[in-house]
Every structure is written in structure tokens, then in C-alpha cells.
Ligand binder design. Sequence first.
Ligand SMILES: NC(=O)c1ccc[n+]([C@@H]2O[C@H](COP(=O)([O-])OP(=O)(O)OC[C@H]3O[C@@H](n4cnc5c(N)ncnc54)[C@H](O)[C@@H]3O)[C@@H](O)[C@H]2O)c1
Ligand SMILES: O=C(O)[C@H]1O[C@H](OP(=O)(O)OP(=O)(O)OC[C@H]2O[C@@H](n3ccc(=O)[nH]c3=O)[C@H](O)[C@@H]2O)[C@H](O)[C@@H](O)[C@@H]1O
Length: 387
Amino acid sequence: MAASRMDLDGRPIKPITICMIGAGGFIGSHLCEKLMSETPHKVLALDVYNDKIKHLLEPDALPWAGRIQFHRLNIKHDSRLEGLIKMADLTINLAAICTPADYNTRPLDTIYSNFIDALPVVKYCSENNKRLIHFSTCEVYGKTIQSFLPKDSPLRQDPAYYVLKEDVSPCIFGSIEKQRWSYACAKQLIERLIYAEGAENGLEFTIVRPFNWIGPRMDFIPGIDGPSEGVPRVLACFSNNLLRREPLKLVDGGQSQRTFVYIKDAIEAVLLMIENPGRANGHIFNVGNPNNEVTVRQLAEMMTKVYTKVSGESALETPTIDVSAKEFYGEGYDDSDKRIPDMTIINKQLGWNPKTSLWDLLESTLTYQHRTYAEAIKKSMAKPTSS
Ligand SMILES: NC(=O)c1ccc[n+]([C@@H]2O[C@H](COP(=O)([O-])OP(=O)(O)OC[C@H]3O[C@@H](n4cnc5c(N)ncnc54)[C@H](O)[C@@H]3O)[C@@H](O)[C@H]2O)c1
Ligand SMILES: O=C(O)[C@H]1O[C@H](OP(=O)(O)OP(=O)(O)OC[C@H]2O[C@@H](n3ccc(=O)[nH]c3=O)[C@H](O)[C@@H]2O)[C@H](O)[C@@H](O)[C@@H]1O
């Protein structure tokens, strides 16, 4: 299978060992799945949890047994980290706190996780001449220039004021009191550090800026496989509402815009980066789907329609309700207004394009959510609550 695989320049791809930090998360689980089923590469999978990759680790009879090895460790304090990075040809760092409900309520944990804890990873890669693919975020762009223009300005129609380009767009965050930006700011500084390690010490790096990747296994459903009071990202929040037949909550009216990309499309882009180092090193890549733009309100409406179709349940009488950001996230929340990725660089370097429409990706994702959680939710809702 794997022996005849070629890179984008027609050269045979040699099997490598990858140290994947945060392999047990949403993106990590899909990347491990892809690497096991379609490539000959080995993965040292590091995380504090492994529930989302259990199906890849057991039973021993799996065709890729021996190519994936799980190491339960917390990179904050584990002396095994450097040794594992040294054993690999490439390190991929996915570990982070990355749910917006944490940014303004746990800003210290957020900054430590996204900056301080990533420092040794960068240092060990640089000192040991190991290649690094680091996961940043589209949040480093912050707000668009457009959002500061007068509402009636004709410049608002000009993509130069809202399309986000890796090598041109500025990073625009709110004031320090708006602790929402603790995550974006920490990610920006680690990007700058990696870039500087590349420039001054020759670190071979690639920085990935995901734009709202969504799909199965994203985050958790509160009270089922995560804390009852926890607030995951929007896909899981809305899925939870739909499963419980309660209205979807629109923060500040759901006017913010996002572009959503299917996790399986995005993983193709990461695989191209892994297997084409000559084309990916030294670059920062937007990875998103500019064709899948909606407001959060439109997302709620579409998810409601799709869920009705895949579950066979009737639609709710009151499908959405408005909540203020302060009520939903607490003090210090702020939002990105619009996120359209420019695709020029990733197209030129890796020839990658996203394929899946928003409707199709929601259909497969909500089919998964229904199959995975509907029974558990019914059971938990049927239990008498203690008074
Ligand atoms: N999903 C997206 O659309 C998206 C968008 C932008 C950026 N990102 C970035 O991509 C990366 C992965 O995101 P995800 O959606 O898979 O998130 P996730 O929370 O599902 O995965 C992160 C994983 O890292 C692990 N982790 C965190 N701290 C750790 C530590 N100290 N030691 C060991 N493991 C640790 C967690 O247990 C978790 O399994 C993050 O860096 C995130 O900021 C994701
Ligand atoms: O996914 C990304 O590309 C990046 O952006 C996300 O940030 P954001 O898109 O704001 O997070 P979501 O929780 O997915 O929220 C999207 C929008 O929906 C809104 N929302 C969320 C949840 C909800 O129940 N209702 C609701 O209206 C939020 O206010 C926000 O405007 C997270 O910061 C990261 O996972 C990541 O770095």
C-alpha cells in the first residue's frame, strides 16, 4: 500500500516517526486515524487523555498495531518529553486550551497552556534539529479592519479590508480587559518565537492557522462525556441543544460570521504538510473553507434543519433564543466579527482546496452526534433530579 506513495514532486515518501502532542484531542484523533489507515508512518501519541483514540489503540490485532504508541503525559511537567521528541523525525504540537469559554474565565491557564507550555517543545525541536508543525489559530487575526470602518463606508465591500492573509493582515485584538484575547495573544507570541527560531537558529517549522474545523468527536456534550456546566465550542453547544430539544442560544444575536471546514478536508492539508517538508517548511498556512461562510444565526438555522432530517424528530417551536455575551461567557468576552481565509499560499505550496459544503459536513457530523449521544441524553433526562 504505502511503498508506492509519492510526494507532490514525484519522489517516493519515506516512512517517518511523528511525535504528536495533544494526539488524544479532536484534531489529533482524526490525524492519527488518517496516518494509521493511509500511510506507513509511526506515531508516538502524547496526551493526558486517550478516549478519542482508543479505537486506534485496541485491540492488538489492528492492522497498524505497533505503528501507534500512546504515552500518557502532561507536557507541563514530564521529563520524558525531550526523549520522545528526539526519537521522532517530526513533532506536531496540538496541545492547548482552545475553548473560548475558558479565555476570559481562566486567562492564566489559557496563557500558560498556549505559550509557556509550548516553549520547551519549540526549544527541544530547535536544539535537536527536529522539524516542528505547530498548531496556531485563525484567532491571531483578531478582528477585521472592516469592523472599524463606518457602517456606510463603501470600503466595507472591498475584500482587502476583511479577507485574512498570512503575510499581509495585521493582528487586531481588543483591550487587555477583554480577556477573550488572552488565547489569541499567547498563540501570536508563540508564532513569533517559532518564526524567530527559524530565522536565527534554522528551526524547520510550519505554522497552521485552522479556521473553525468541525466534525465528529469535537469537544464534548455537557453532562454526558464532559462537565455538566462546561461550555464547549459552538458545534457541540448547538448539538447539545438539539439533542435535548432546547432552543439554541445565540450570543449577542448570532451576528458574527464564521467559515467552517470539514475536519476530513482539513486533515488532507495537514498530511500534505507532513509529507512535503520542502514545500511546507518556513510557511504559515491558513486552513479553512472560504466558501462556507455563515452568520452564527444561519448556522443555528441550518443545524436545526439538518438535525430534523437526520434524527427524524419534529422541529422545535422556538428554535433559537438570544443571550448576551456577558450572561453566556461572563465578563471580558469579545468576539471576532468575520473570518475568511485567503487560500493563495496553501494553494501555491500544496495545491490544497477544501471540498465539502457546509450542508454536507453538518449532515455527516449531526448523524454522528445523534447516533453517539441521543440514547445517553434520553436516559440522563429521564433520571429524577435530586432535590
Ligand atoms: N478545532 C479547531 O477548529 C481549531 C481551530 C483553531 C486552532 N486550533 C488549535 O489546534 C489544536 C488542537 O485543537 P483541537 O480542536 O483538537 O482541541 P482539543 O482540545 O480537542 O485537543 C487538544 C488536546 O491537547 C491535550 N492537551 C492539552 N494540554 C496538554 C498538556 N499539558 N499535556 C498533554 N496534553 C495536553 C488535551 O488533552 C487535548 O486532547 C489547538 O492548539 C488549538 O488551539 C483548533
Ligand atoms: O475554531 C477556530 O478556528 C478557533 O476559534 C474558536 O473561536 P470561536 O469561533 O469564537 O468559537 P466557537 O465556540 O466555535 O464560537 C463561534 C461563535 O458562536 C457563538 N456561540 C457559541 C456557542 C453558543 O452556544 N452560541 C453562540 O452563539 C460565539 O459567540 C461565536 O461568535 C476557538 O477559539 C478555537 O477553537 C479556535 O482557535
